[in-house]
Design a protein around this ligand. Structure first.
Ligand code: PEP
Ligand code: MG
Length: 910
C-alpha cells in the first residue's frame, strides 16, 4: 500500500480511461459531469481502497479524512449540509465495479436521514408523505444492506400496515401511517441489532461505504464473476452522490433507457419510465413501468432534453449507452451512463450502423462487439413448422432472444437440481432477484410474470445469452402449489412443475409443450441452407469480420478431424487446419476392429498387415480434408492417445470383440492388462508410441503423402504438414523425423510428385518449452498444445481437477479462473513465451501457433497476440470468435508481426 494514496475523487475528477480505478459507473459520472450534463454532484472512492479494505478489514490510512474532505466539498458545491435539518443533504451510496454487474452488489439511498432531518424536510417540502416514505425506505435499505436485517422483515410490516388500512398499493399509504411505520421499522432494528437505529449521518455514511466494499464478496457477486470470468481481484468503487428525488409528485419520476434497442439493435430509445418513483422501483422490477416513449406525453420538455443527452453520450462514447436518470419536479438529472449490454443480433446491427452513421470508425465499432456473442448467434431457434403446432399460452416482453424449451421449475435451487435429472428446465418466477442467478444459469431460459425489458431477469438473461420472456402478466404463479395458471379464451390452463413449456425470447411468445429447435440463420447460411443475401444478420456479421481481418495480426486456423469440419471451418474463415487429430479417424464402425487387430497383433508382420488395411481409410480422410482446405496449410498430428483407449474394458465388450474379430478373449484380456497404465496422461502415448511402434506413424505418413499426391495429380494444391505430439526430448523428434521424412520421400518419388515435406512438433510438456532451442533446430513449426501443457505445468490431470477440486479452488479464490478455459498467463503463458523466444532464436523461420482449447477463448487469444504467436487454432464455430478477438487485441495493443497473407482464406463465407 502506498501512503498518501489518493482514495477519493470528486465527480469532476477523472475520465473514462480510469475505469479500473473509479469503476465503470464512476468513470461515466466523471465524463458526464465534465461534459456539462446535469449530474447530481458527488465523489467516488476507488477500487483500490476497496481492495485494501477487503485485505485488512479496515479503511486504509487517509481514507476517512479524504471522505470527510470530499463531503465538505460536496456540501459547498450543492449548498446543502449533511445532517442539517434546515437545509439537509441526502446522498446515495452505490457500488460500481470496472465491469457492469447488474444488481449484484449493494446500494443505499436517502442516506443522511434521521428524525431531525425528517422533521426539517417536512417543514421545507410541506410534503410529509414524501419525507416519511424516503425515511422508511432508508431504514429498510440500510438495515438490509449494511446491517444484515433482511428487507423482507420490513416488507412484512409494510404489508401489515396496508392490510390494517385496507389498501393494496404503496401509494395509498398516507403520511401518518408512513410516520408510524418509520417508528415500527426503528423498533424492529433495535430488537434485531440491540442498538438504536444510527441517527448520526457520518456513522451511516462510513458504515455504508464499508458495506458496499463487502458486497463485492457476497455470494451472488462471486457467482456472477465466476460465470462472467471477471477477476475477483478488481474490487468495486463506491459512488457517493447527492440524492435527487423522483418521487416528489407527477412532475417527477425515474427511468432507465438504452440509446438503441438492446434486443434488436434498432435505432430507437428503448427503456422505461416510472412516474413518481425512486430508481430502485424500476431496477428491481417491482412495479411495471411505462415505455419510455410515453414519457413524451407526460413530460414533453424533459423527454426532448433526454433524447438530446442520449444522442450526445452515444456520440461521445461511440457506443450504445445504458442510461439512468431521475426527474425531480420537472428537472432532469443524469445518474449513469455505461456501455449497454446487448444481444448478438443487436451487437452486429449496432456496430455496422455506428459506422454507417459516421459515429464510429470500423476499429472503434469492432471494440463494441463482445466476441462471446458469436455463441449466441449460432444458437438454435424454434422450427417454425413445429412452432405452429403448439398452442400459444401467452405473450410477454421479448427480453432476451433465442428459443428455449424445458420442464418448468419455480425455484433457483430446484432449477439446478432438476437440470441434472431432467436435462432441460425452464425457470419460471414472478420476478428474479440477484440470489437466483445460479438457477438462471442452470435453466434453458427464464420466464417472469412481472417486470419489463430492464428488469433483473431481462438484464441478467441477456448477459448470459439465455432466452428470456419477462413481464408475462397472464401467468398467475403459485409458488406454494408449484404451478401457474393462464386464462385463455375463457378457460383456465394449468401448468405444473415438470410440465414442458417453450419460450421464444425473440418474440416474447410462450407456448405449451416442447418445441424442437433448428439451426440459427447464420448457421443456415454457413451450412449452405440459406443464401447469404437472404440474411441481413449474416451480412452484418460478415462485414464486421471483414473489418476484423483487416486489423488482426494473428492468423486463425481450425481444429478439424473430418472433411466436413474442415469445410465448415473454411466457411467460418479459417486460414488452414492447425490440428487434425488422427485418432478420431480410427473410431468408425468399419475401422475400429482393424485398429484393434493392429493393437492385438503379436508380430510386426501382423501389425503391418492390419495397418495396411487401415491406410486407405486414413488416406481418404486426408484427401477430403486437404481438398476442403486446398491451398492452405493442414497440420496433421500423428497418433497421440495411449492404445488402451481403443480396447474394450468390460468383460462383456471383450467377449463381443473376440466374437467379432476372431481373436480369443483371453488374448484380448491379456493385452488390456498389459496396456493398463497407472497414469495414462503421463504414460505410453504421443511420440513415445511412435518410437516403440514406428510402423503406426509410418502408415500415417504414407497415407498423408499418398493423399497429397493424389490431389496434386488432380491439379489441386495440398499443403500437408506433419506434427509429432508430446515431444519433450529433442532426440525423440530427431529419430522420428529422420525415419518419417524417408517414408514421405519414398511416396513422393514413387508417385512422381514434388511437394515440400514439412514436419514440426507440439509443445505440450514443460521440458519441450525449456529446451525449445534444441527442438526448433529440427522443427519447421511449433504448436503449443495448451491442454496438455496446462496439465503438465500444473501437474493437474484435467478430468480429475475439473471433477474434483477445481470448482472449490475457484470459489476459494486459489485460482481466478479455470486454467483449462482461460490460459494461465503467469505459469503456462510464461512457458509459451519462453518456448517461442528460444525456438525462434534457434530457428528464425519457425512458425508458432497454439491449438489447445484456449485458441478460441478471447482472453487467451489476446495473450497469444501479445506473445507474438503466428496463429491460433480452435474448433470451427469458434473461428469467428478468434478472428474478432485477434482484431481487438491488435487495436488495443498493436504489434509488428502480422500473419503472412491476410487474404489467403479464399472460400470463407463469413
Ligand atoms: C493439447 O494438448 O492442447 C492438444 C491440442 O492436444 P489434445 O487436446 O488432443 O491432447
Ligand atoms: Mg495434447
Amino acid at each position: 500500500m502506498t501512503t498518501g494514496e489518493k482514495w477519493v475523487y470528486m465527480f469532476d475528477e477523472g475520465n473514462k480511461e480510469m475505469r479500473d480505478l473509479l469503476g465503470g459507473k464512476g468513470a461515466g459520472l466523471a465524463e458526464m459531469t465534465r461534459a456539462g450534463l446535469p449530474v447530481p454532484y458527488g465523489f467516488k472512492v476507488t477500487t483500490r481502497a476497496c481492495i485494501e479494505y477487503l485485505e485488512t478489514g479496515t479503511f486504509p490510512p487517509g481514507l476517512r479524512e479524504q471522505i470527510l474532505e470530499a463531503l465538505r466539498r460536496l456540501e459547498e458545491r450543492v449548498g446543502k449540509r449533511f445532517g442539517d435539518p434546515t437545509n439537509p443533504l441526502l446522498v446515495s451510496v452505490r457500488s460500481g465495479a470496472r465491469a457492469s454487474m447488474p444488481g449484484m452488489m449493494d446500494t443505499v439511498l436517502n442516506l443522511g436521514m434521521n428524525d431531525e432531518v425528517a422533521e426539517g424536510m417536512v417543514r421545507l417540502t410541506n410534503n410529509p408523505r414524501f419525507v416519511y416514505d424516503a425515511y422508511r425506505r432508508f431504514i429498510m435499505m440500510f438495515s438490509d444492506v449494511v446491517m444484515g436485517v433482511h428487507r423482507e422483515r420490513f416488507e412484512e410490516l409494510f404489508q401489515e400496515k396496508k392490510r390494517e388500512l385496507g389498501v393494496t398499493q404503496d401509494v395509498e399509504v398516507d403520511a401518518k401511517s408512513l410516520k408510524e411505520l418509520v417508528e415500527e421499522f426503528k423498533a424492529l432494528y433495535q430488537r434485531e441489532k440491540g442498538e438504536p437505529f444510527p441517527q448520526e449521518p457520518l456513522v451511516q455514511l462510513f458504515r455504508a461505504v464499508e458495506a458496499v466494499f463487502r458486497s463485492w464478496n457476497n455470494p451472488r457477486a462471486v457467482e456472477y464473476r465466476r460465470q462472467n470470468k471477471i477477476p475477483h481481484s478488481w474490487g468495486t468503487a463506491v459512488n457517493v452522490q447527492m440524492m435527487v428525488f423522483g418521487n416528489m409528485g407527477n412532475d417527477s419520476g425515474t427511468g432507465v433507457a438504452f440509446t438503441r434497442n438492446p434486443a434488436t439493435g434498432a435505432k430507437e430509445l428503448y427503456g422505461e419510465f416510472l412516474q413518481n418513483a425512486q430508481g430502485e422501483d424500476v431496477v428491481a422490477g417491482i412495479r411495471t413501468p411505462m415505455p419510455i416513449a410515453r414519457m413524451r406525453e407526460v413530460l414533453p420538455e424533459v423527454y426532448e432534453q433526454f433524447v438530446r443527452f442520449a444522442e450526445q453520450l452515444e456520440r461521445h462514447y461511440k457506443d450504445v449507452q445504458d442510461l439512468e436518470f431521475t426527474v425531480e419536479r420537472g428537472r432532469l438529472y443524469m445518474l449513469q451512463t455505461r456501455s449497454g449490454k446487448r444481444t448478438a443480433v443487436a451487437a452486429f446491427r449496432i456496430a455496422t450502423d455506428l459506422v454507417d452513421e459516421g459515429i464510429a470508425e470500423p476499429h472503434e465499432a469492432l471494440l463494441t462487439v463482445d466476441p462471446h456473442l458469436f455463441e449466441q448467434l449460432l444458437h438454435p431457434q424454434f422450427d417454425l413448422q413445429e412452432k405452429a403446432k403448439h398452442p400459444l399460452l401467452a405473450t410477454g416482453v421479448n427480453a432476451s432472444p433465442g428459443a428455449a424449451a424445458g420442464r418448468v421449475v419455480f425455484e433457483a435451487d430446484d432449477a439446478v437440481k432438476m437440470a441434472q435429472e431432467w436435462g432441460r428446465v425452464l425457470l419460471v418466477r414472478r420476478q428474479t432477484e440477484p440470489d437466483d442467478i445460479h438457477g438462471m444459469a442452470a435453466a434453458q431460459g427464464i420466464l417472469t410474470s412481472i417486470g419489463g425489458a430492464t428488469s433483473h431477469a431481462a438484464v441478467v438473461a441477456r448477459g448470459m445469452g439465455k432466452p428470456c420472456v419477462a413481464g408475462c402478466g397472464a401467468l398467475q404463479i403459485d409458488y406454494e402449489k408449484q404451478q401457474f395458471t393462464v386464462e385463455k379464451d375463457g378457460k383456465l390452463i394449468l401448468v405444473r412443475r415438470g410440465d414442458y413449456v417453450s419460450i421464444d425470447g425473440t418474440t416474447g411468445e410462450v407456448f405449451l409443450g416442447d418445441i424442437p429447435t433448428v439451426p440459427s440463420e447464420v448457421m443456415q447460411v454457413v451450412t449452405g441452407r440459406m443464401r447469404p443475401e437472404e440474411s441481413e444478420i449474416f451480412q452484418r456479421v460478415s462485414r464486421v469480420l471483414q473489418w476484423a481481418d483487416e486489423y488482426r495480426a494473428l492468423g486463425v486456423r481450425a481444429n478439424a478431424d473430418t472433411p466436413r469440419d474442415a469445410m465448415l471451418a473454411r466457411r467460418f474463415g479459417a486460414e488452414g487446419v492447425g490440428l487434425c487429430r488422427t485418432e478420431h479417424m480410427f473410431f468408425g464402425e468399419e475401422r475400429i476392429p482393424k485398429f484393434q487387430r493392429m493393437i492385438l497383433a503379436e508380430t510386426r508382420e501382423e501389425r503391418e498387415a492390419a495397418l495396411a488395411d487401415l491406410q486407405p481409410f486414413q488416406q481418404q480422410d486426408f484427401e477430403g480434408i486437404l481438398e476442403a482446405m486446398d491451398g492452405l496449410p493442414v497440420i496433421i498430428r500423428l497418433l497421440d492417445p495411449p492404445l488402451h483407449e481403443f480396447l474394450p474394458q468390460t468383460e462383456e465388450d471383450i467377449q463381443n470383440l473376440s466374437a467379432k474379430i476372431g481373436i480369443p478373449a483371453e488374448r484380448i484380456r491379456e493385452k488390456v492388462r498389459a496396456l493398463h497404465e497407472v497414469n495414462p496422461m503421463l504414460g505410453h502415448r504421443g511420440c513415445r508410441l511412435g518410437i516403440t511402434y514406428p510402423e503406426i506413424y509410418r502408415m500415417q505418413v504414407r497415407a498423408i503423402y499418398e493423399a497429397a499426391a493424389a490431389l496434386k495429380k488432380r491439379g489441386l494444391n495440398p499443403v500437408p504438414e506433419v506434427m509429432i505430439p508430446l515431444v519433450g526430448i529433442v532426440q525423440e523428434l530427431e529419430v522420428l523425423k529422420e525415419d518419417l521424412t524417408q517414408v514421405a520421400q519414398e511416396v513422393l518419388q514413387r508417385e512422381g510428385v514434388d511437394l515440400p515435406i514439412i514436419m514440426g512438433t507440439m509443445i505440450e510438456v514443460p521440458r519441450a518449452a525449456l529446451t525449445a532451442d534444441e527442438i526448433a533446430q529440427h522443427a519447421a513449426f511449433f504448436s503449443f498444445g495448451t491442454n496438455d501443457l496446462t496439465q503438465t505445468t500444473f501437474g493437474f490431470s484435467r478430468d480429475d481437477a475439473e471433477g474434483k477440486f477445481l470448482d472449490e479452488y475457484i470459489t476459494k479464490r486459489i485460482l481466478e479462473t479455470n486454467p483449462f478455459e482461460v490460459l494461465d498467463r503467469r505459469g503456462v503463458g510464461e512457458l509459451v513465451k519462453l518456448g517461442t523466444q528460444r525456438g525462434r532464436q534457434a530457428n528464425p523461420n519457425l512458425e508458432v501457433g497454439i491449438c489447445g482449447e484456449h485458441g478460441g477463448e478471447p482472453l487467451s487469444v489476446a495473450f497469444c497476440h501479445e506473445a507474438d504467436l503466428d496463429y491460433v487454432s480452435c474448433s470451427p464455430p469458434r473461428v469467428p470468435i478468434a478472428r474478432l478477438a485477434a482484431a481487438q487485441a491488435q487495436i488495443r495493443q498493436p504489434r509488428q508481426r502480422r500473419r503472412k497473407s491476410p487474404h489467403e482464406a479464399k472460400g470463407g463465407l463469413l
